[in-house]
Every structure is written in structure tokens, then in C-alpha cells.
Design a protein around this ligand. Structure first.
Ligand code: GLN
Length: 496
């Protein structure tokens, strides 16, 4: 038995029987990271010592008998480096936060710690979660475990790669425009972006505050469901978190056709020219399988889909330009000295922000400036409402919609250019199918449904109505009980 291959459910069974300890499980993951993460660079910070202490505490709690049913007790977790954890550095993939050690812990992380999870460390991300490839990290790119010449997706590329490479049983990410779902798809793992307001954003370094959500990666819908339930819920420290009951997702399935009665919409706007043929065929095949499991397949339309990209790339940079104003060299991170306060601000920000963050700050500031506000930001907000209404309308007809996560499988590192000749628009196009869920605030779930001819994973996305995560997880679970794409494992350099 390879401890790092265990899913959450398998590990939990062995922990409960006393056949393995959390220390052994944690140690196995730490050893695998030490041996193999050199080739991937999925972690920015590994806290081996702290993790073993937490593991011992979990073992003690278990011995004390008080937590027999605790599904997450003693399970290793990786955390994207945009969520603060007391005692660990937080860089957000940026030089402007180099050396910053936050004095508090994000609510989502705190809840998982309380449930007994063991935090292994912090994972790589595009700078301030701005990107779709993890190439925008100031600390170097993360490589895809299926093909190290390719990106893992982004911005939560480190977390997705870590779960795919069996460095962590589960991982947290953030999703503002696809940053959990797209890397999940590129790395062949399951990733959930919950409803906006479902999980507290307290302690998540803000990017686009009206779009940001904390999400989770695992190797199955079942594993993700456990983390989702444990980290969700109203939090007084985040005024936008909602007081909606959090389901303990019921994954028991009945019979040969467990999806009987479930209506799944297929939006025509998500099957467009330019999508990789193998992505389309794998997703269409998966939809047929859902039908075989009893679901009713219904063609639907989300007519404003084509506006999601321009709307997102106004709203997200506008909010980012305001959110990133706090990084001034005075309050957090390193400072470049200057002759005056303004000189310090300008030099610190000019030297420490990377190109993409700078581009977004400039775009966002322009879109919000007097005289342009109505034409850009105001207009984008109106179209956003139309996009949200599309979803509200569709969810009166169906329980979920099924579509691709991204138009392609993982692309080569550097495919959209390097620092000198970067093509931002080509990169932004990676997000066409993932941005609408954030604009509408609805949940989205990505999970593997096949491979392309090059052996790279293909992901499918299910989106559901507000607070409808349980339905998405059940549907994906039914699919994963009937298929085994989610069990496929990349071969790492040591052949393990
Ligand atoms: N790729 C998108 C962007 O660059 C989404 C990122 C995210 O979800 N954090 O903004």
C-alpha cells in the first residue's frame, strides 16, 4: 500500500481502524514532496516540522476517542499561497509580499484545522491569482505532473499539481474566474468553486472581491464534498458570507440509474469553434454517460455568454486596482526606500509588482476613472446582470449545466509568449467557459472525463444554481462510481 495514493475516504478508514497513523500519512507525503517536487515546484513553502506536530495532535485526538466520525482528522492539506495561515509566510506569488508573515489564519483554513486537517504548506500561484497558467508567479512556474513541459493551469496551479502528484490528499485554491476549475481540468483532479458567499473570504487576499471564492481540490467528488462541508458557512468576519444551511452532502446512490430525475442542460454557447476536438468529444461522451446513469439531457441557451470575457476583464481589474492599493511598502512586505512617502510608494510598487499585476492595476484604474466609469465599469455591471439572469432562467429548466472547463488541454509553458512578448488576450481566452459562473455567483465543479491523444487530462464542468453544490457533487460522484478517469495517476520522474 502506498500511503500517498490513498483517497481521503480510504485513508480515513485505515486511520479509524488504527492501521496507519496521521504521522505516517503525513510523513509519506512530506517525503514524496522532498523527493519529487523539485521537478514540479508546486509548493512555495513546506512546513514539515509543523505538519508533523499537527499530525501527532490528530493522532492524540483520535486515541482520546472523541473524534471517531471526524472525516478530516489527520488528513494532509495543501493551501494556495493567497490564503493566510498564522505561522507561515504568505507571498501571493508576488515580490511585494516577500517575507510577509500574516498574524492570523483565514476562516476556511481555520475551520479545516479545527476539523483536524494537517497543513503541509503553501502552494504556488500566479501573482495575486491573476493568470491561467501559474507562469505569472514571481517565484517560478509550476510544471504539470502529466507533462512537465506544460503548465498546470492557474492561478491555483500549485494546489492542482500537488493533488495530482499525490503530494497532498486535498488542497485549497481560490477561484475568481476559473482558478480552481481550469487547473483541476489541466491536472486531472476534481475541483469545486462554491457559490459566492458560501465560504468566508476572510483571510483570502482579495483580488476581485465580488467574484472571489475559496474552493477545494481532491481526487474525487467524494473527497471534495467533505472539505466543502467543513469549510462553508456564515462568518461574521465576511459580510458577504451567507447564512444558508450547509449540507452534509449525501452521496448515497440508488440503483443502476442513480441520476434518474436529474435534468442536465447542455448550453450551445459552450461548444464553439476553436475548442479542441478531443475536449469536445470527451465532454460529449461524458454527457452521454450521465444520460446512461438516468439523467435527462436538455439543450439550453445562455445567450449572453459571449460578453462574459470582456465584462470580467473590466470588473476583475477594476476591483483588483482598488484591492492592491494596500500594498504600498509601508504596511506589508518589503520597502524600497525613497525621498518622500510618494517616492516610497512609487518605487516599491514599481519594482515589486510583476507585469500582469501592473497591467491589471492600470486597466482597472482607467476603467474606474472619472469620465470613463459609466462607459466601462458601469456598463460591465449591467451586462453582468444579464449574464446572471441567463443562469437564473436556465436553472428554472434544469438542475445543472454540463460543458467543457476550458477550450483546450494543458498548453506548453511559454505558449502565450514570454515576459518580452506576452499575448494577454490569448491567455484571457483560456477562461471563456469558467468566467460566467463567477459573474453569476453560481457554483462550478470540474472533474476529469478523459485524455487527449497526448495523454493530457480533459475536464468537464457542471454548474448549478446558487447553493446547489450538493447536486453537482452527487452527479459527479455518480459518474465517478461508474468510470475511472479520476483514478488515473501521472507517472512521476521516479516512475512512482
Ligand atoms: N484567469 C483569470 C484571471 O486571470 C481567473 C483567475 C482566478 O480565478 N483567480 O483573472
Amino acid at each position: 500500500m502506498t500511503l500517498t495514493d490513498l483517497t481521503l475516504t480510504e485513508a480515513q478508514t485505515l486511520l479509524q481502524k488504527g492501521e496507519i497513523s496521521s504521522r505516517e500519512l503525513t510523513q509519506a507525503h512530506l517525503e514524496r514532496i522532498a523527493a519529487l517536487d523539485g521537478a514540479l515546484h508546486s509548493f512555495l513553502h513546506v512546513d514539515a516540522e509543523g505538519a508533523l506536530i499537527q499530525a501527532d495532535e490528530a493522532d492524540q485526538r483520535r486515541r482520546a476517542g472523541a473524534h471517531r466520525d471526524a472525516p478530516l482528522l489527520g488528513i494532509p492539506l495543501a493551501v494556495k499561497d493567497v490564503l493566510v495561515v498564522d505561522g507561515m509566510p504568505c507571498t501571493c506569488g508576488s515580490k511585494i509580499l516577500e517575507g510577509y508573515r500574516p498574524p492570523f489564519t483565514a476562516t476556511a483554513v481555520q475551520k479545516l484545522q479545527a476539523a483536524g486537517m494537517v497543513i503541509l504548506g503553501k502552494t504556488n500561484t500566479d501573482e495575486f491569482a491573476m493568470g491561467s497558467s501559474t507562469e505569472n508567479s514571481a517565484y517560478g512556474v509550476t510544471h504539470n505532473p502529466w507533462d512537465v513541459e506544460r503548465v498546470p493551469g492557474g492561478s491555483s496551479g500549485g494546489s492542482a499539481a500537488a493533488v495530482a502528484a499525490r503530494f497532498a490528499t486535498l488542497a485549497l485554491g481560490s477561484d475568481t474566474g476559473g482558478s480552481v476549475r481550469q487547473p483541476a481540468s489541466f491536472c486531472g483532479v476534481t475541483g469545486l468553486k462554491p457559490t459566492y458567499g458560501r465560504v468566508s473570504r476572510y483571510g483570502l487576499v482579495a483580488y476581485g472581491s465580488s467574484l472571489d471564492s475559496v474552493g477545494a481540490f481532491g481526487r474525487s467528488a467524494q473527497d471534495v464534498a467533505a472539505v466543502f462541508s467543513a469549510m462553508s458557512g456564515r462568518d461574521e468576519l465576511d459580510a458577504t458570507s451567507q447564512d444558508v444551511p450547509v449540507p452534509n452532502v449525501d452521496l448515497r446512490l440508488n440503483g443502476e440509474r442513480p441520476l434518474r430525475g436529474v435534468r442536465i442542460g447542455v448550453p450551445q454557447e459552450y461548444f464553439i469553434d476553436g475548442i479542441q476536438a478531443e475536449v469536445e468529444s470527451a465532454v460529449r461522451e461524458a454527457i452521454r454517460q450521465l444520460q446512461g446513469l438516468g439523467a435527462e439531457i436538455v439543450p439550453v441557451s445562455l445567450p449572453h455568454t459571449q460578453y462574459a470575457l470582456p465584462v470580467y476583464y473590466l470588473i476583475a481589474p477594476a476591483e483588483a486596482s482598488a484591492n492592491l492599493a494596500r500594498f504600498d511598502g509601508i504596511r506589508y512586505g518589503p520597502r524600497v526606500t525613497g525621498n518622500s512617502m510618494w517616492d516610497v510608494f512609487t518605487k516599491t510598487r514599481g519594482e515589486k509588482f510583476g507585469d500582469e499585476a501592473t497591467r491589471r492595476i492600470m486597466l482597472g484604474t482607467y476603467a474606474l476613472s472619472a469620465g470613463y466609469y459609466d462607459a466601462f465599469y458601469g456598463q460591465a455591471q449591467k451586462v453582468r446582470t444579464l449574464i446572471r439572469r441567463d443562469f437564473e432562467q436556465v436553472f428554472t429548466q434544469v438542475d445543472a449545466v454540463a460543458c467543457p472547463v476550458a477550450p483546450t488541454t494543458a498548453f506548453k509553458i511559454g505558449a502565450h509568449g514570454d515576459a518580452q512578448h506576452f499575448d494577454p488576450l490569448a491567455m484571457y481566452l483560456e477562461d471563456v467557459f469558467s468566467l460566467p459562473a463567477n459573474l453569476a455567483g453560481v457554483p462550478g465543479l470540474a472533474f476529469p472525463v478523459g485524455f487527449d491523444a497526448g495523454g493530457l487530462p480533459v475536464g468537464m464542468q457542471l454548474m448549478g444554481p446558487h447553493f446547489g453544490e450538493a447536486g453537482l457533487l452527487r452527479t459527479a460522484h455518480a459518474y465517478q462510481q461508474a468510470t475511472d478517469w479520476h483514478l488515473a495517476k501521472p507517472t512521476m520522474e521516479d516512475g512512482r
